[in-house]
Design a protein around this ligand. Structure first.
Ligand SMILES: [Zn+2]
Length: 317
């Protein structure tokens, strides 16, 4: 009974923050209702009288509905990110035996927290409401921007980093899984707004190109130009020979930094891809990870001074 009260109180507390909650099957991460998919909906469920209602539509901040549900059953708590105006950054630990991307292989025990720290390098990652997860990762809750519909992503920002937005949910404390592992609030803080650099990185299509190509002086940048440029620069870094490696990394960083400044690419994933591209050089001892990052930062900065939205003018380079 005490546990029931604790869960009800937690669900009510989330609702008071404006978050929309829904019950999870006891001991699991799965929504308790509906008990059928949209395809199998026969409208007999009272919620579905006027059309199928999934967990996201059923999520609520109504005190009455919350008290009724959690007082009666030992449900876990799900928070529907979309209706709650939340964007949650979800870091994980590698699964046992998982193959790390080559850039991380020289380091032992890399986690999603390490990857996020690298992405956030020299950027703002404000403290916000944070929850530890049973898998050893963290959920950072940010206020989603009002003008961008950010869907959930898996691995888009980097290895071991997912995000939960529209159409996604998080399992919230004090939910306990059947094996006894719990979700625990580690920082009960007011929500910070999602930083602009993360909004930008999550607003674009996968691959780094803009959702709609920018118009430049009456012409349209060819679709896919930016991602082709990324591939070419990444290949150039990979193929660099001894003695040329640092220079190649700097040149690629400058070239892509120009496209970042031109609004065609997001910096965080580019930084990550450039780092991945020099994995073999780091492994070969050409430079350290820290030196590679310094070169990338310096190249991106240099490129940022001369924004570009189309193919490079070689004579001016
Ligand atoms: Zn239904």
């Amino acid at each position: 009974m005490i546990d029931h009260n604790k869960r009800t109180a937690a669900a009510l507390k989330y609702a008071a923050r404006g978050w929309h909650v829904f019950p999870l099957l006891p001991g699991s991460k799965r929504p308790a209702c509906p008990n059928h998919s949209a395809a199998r909906c026969d409208r007999s469920d009272p919620f579905c009288r006027h059309g199928h209602q999934g967990w996201e539509q059923r999520a609520t901040n109504s005190e009455l509905r919350i008290s009724r549900a959690w007082n009666r059953h030992p449900f876990g708590i799900g928070i529907a990110c979309g209706p709650s105006g939340l964007l949650v950054i979800d870091t994980d630990r590698p699964k046992p035996g998982a193959d790390a991307p080559s850039v991380w292989r020289h380091r032992a025990a890399v986690t999603g927290e390490d990857v996020l720290a690298e992405l956030a390098h020299a950027r703002e990652l404000p403290d916000t409401h944070t929850v530890s997860t049973p898998s050893g990762g963290f959920h950072r809750y940010y206020r989603a921007p009002r003008n961008a519909q950010l869907a959930s992503t898996a691995g888009r920002l980097g290895w071991l980093i997912d995000t939960r937005g529209q159409g996604g949910y998080v399992v919230a404390p004090p939910t306990q899984l059947v094996d006894g592992r719990r979700y625990t609030t580690t920082a009960a803080l007011p929500l910070a707004p999602l930083p602009d650099w993360l909004t930008a990185a999550l607003s674009r299509r996968a691959g780094g190109s803009s959702a709609s190509p920018p118009h430049v002086a009456g012409r349209t940048v060819p679709a896919g130009y930016a991602s082709a440029a990324v591939r070419a620069e990444v290949d150039a870094v990979r193929a660099a020979r001894a003695g040329q490696r640092n220079h190649a990394l700097f040149c690629a960083s400058v070239a892509l930094g120009q496209l970042v400044a031109g609004g065609l690419l997001d910096e965080a994933p580019i930084r990550y891809q450039l780092h991945l591209a020099c994995a073999d050089h780091i492994a070969a001892g050409a430079f350290t990870t820290a030196e590679a990052m310094a070169t990338i930062t310096s190249g991106l900065h240099r490129g940022g001074l001369t924004p570009r939205t189309g193919p490079r003018n070689r004579s001016a380079a």
